[in-house]
Structures are given as C-alpha cells and as structure tokens.
Design a binder for this molecule. Structure first.
Ligand SMILES: Cc1cc2nc3c(=O)[nH]c(=O)nc-3n(C[C@H](O)[C@H](O)[C@H](O)COP(=O)(O)O)c2cc1C
Length: 202
C-alpha cells in the first residue's frame, strides 16, 4: 500500500479545455513520481459544490469528500484561472468550504505547504491572481511555496520550457517542505515523551 504524503489538488475550470486543469494534472503527476499519493478535485467536481452559505453550511457529498481529503492532506496544489484579476469563483467557493474545518484540531490548512498555479491571459492578472490565492492560503494558515507558477496563456503554452521549469521548481519545493515538516513532527513526538518522563521524576 502506498505510504507517501497525500497531496490534494483542487482547481481548474469546468469543461475539457481548462489550462489550469491541465496544469493541476501535471503537478499531481509530478508529485506522484516523487512518491506522493494524490486526490484531485477538478473543475467538474468543484462545480458540484453548492455556493457556500455560512448560515446553512451543508457541504453536500462532494463537499464532504473535499473536507475529508483536506483533513488528511499533507500538502495541497491549488490551480486557478485568473478571473478579473483574482481567482475564479469556482476555486474561491471551494476555499470558502474550508471554513468548515475551523474547529478541527488542525484547522483549515494549518501546517500544510500549498503550491499555487495561475493560468490567465495577461501578465497583470498573473501577478494579481497569484497574490489573491496566496492571501487566501495565508488566511487559512497554509504555507504557500516560495515559488508560485503563473502561465500567461496568451503567450505561453503549458509545455514551454519556462512553464515546465517553473512546474519543476514548484513541485520540488512542495515535496521538500512536506518532508521537512514530517521530520520536524517526528522529532517533536520523539522529544515529548522524554520531557514528560523528566517532569514525572522531578
Ligand atoms: C470571467 C472571466 C474573467 C477573466 N478575467 C481575466 C483577467 O482579468 N485577466 C486576464 O488576463 N484574463 C482573464 N480571463 C481569461 C482567463 O484567465 C484565461 O482564459 C485562462 O487561461 C482561463 O483558464 P482555464 O483554461 O483554466 O479556464 C478571464 C476569463 C473569464 C472567463
């Protein structure tokens, strides 16, 4: 049975031609090649989510699956088209559902690295949409990777060298942070019983 870290991918737009969806699939293939297990919530699945209503927060079957996957996730990849300088409503609605993780022992995206990918048809929106997703991830206590991948679909194809290189950097940073974090947690767990023992014998 696979035992690598679990990377949850979410994003893309509904429909078969989504560039951000294709980039998300590429990112998940790359982390799988590094030993990760993956779960994907593509545009079609995200479109099955109801609009999040904080006063009547029934997530529905896809929402339940999303929440359960994010609870178990060791890292995430979020891919969005740039819409009016920000992320799409589809992706934002999925992030809004994570509010239902507020009272978890590990709330929201706490402690998880998040790789962010933006596909949009202009350079300005590349920057502004990336910042918008980073801000949301920060608000959710996640750790955006230092490198975020932006693709200007008016000028770049997803197999351009620069895009492929950027994807390699993003996925390497995601896997490295996830491994460091797991090692830090193992070390903290190793130290905790020792401290308890000292306290008992004092
Ligand atoms: C509602 C909407 C808003 C958009 N707003 C912007 C924008 O502000 N700036 C921009 O460069 N492109 C904008 N675009 C273009 C998309 O970002 C671009 O087509 C992107 O590649 C779509 O990604 P997808 O193929 O994953 O759906 C917009 C497209 C739509 C449908």
């Amino acid at each position: 049975m696979a035992s690598g870290p679990l990377v949850v991918g979410l994003g893309g737009s509904a429909g078969p031609e989504s560039t951000s969806g294709a980039l998300l699939r590429d990112a998940l293939r790359r982390v799988q090649a590094c030993g990760a297990r993956t779960v994907a919530f593509d545009g079609e699945r995200l479109a099955a989510l109801p609009i999040f209503n904080p006063h009547d927060a029934l997530p529905g079957p896809v929402g339940d699956e999303l929440l359960e996957a994010v609870r178990r996730a060791d890292a995430l990849v979020i891919a969005t088209p740039g819409y009016h300088g920000g992320m799409s409503g589809l992706v934002k609605n999925a992030l809004d559902h994570l509010e239902l993780l507020r009272d978890d022992a590990r709330p929201y995206l706490d402690g998880r690295a998040v790789g962010i990918i933006v596909a949009t048809s202009g350079w300005q929106s590349c920057g502004t949409a990336l910042v918008a997703v980073r801000s949301a991830v920060h608000a959710l206590r996640g750790w955006p990777t230092p490198f975020g991948l932006t693709v200007n679909t008016a000028e770049q194809a997803i197999d351009d060298d620069r895009v492929r290189g950027g994807m390699a950097v993003l996925t390497a940073q995601l896997m490295a942070f996830t491994a460091w974090r797991a090692a830090a947690e193992r070390e903290a767990a190793r130290r905790t019983p020792a401290r308890t023992e000292r306290e008992v014998t004092r």
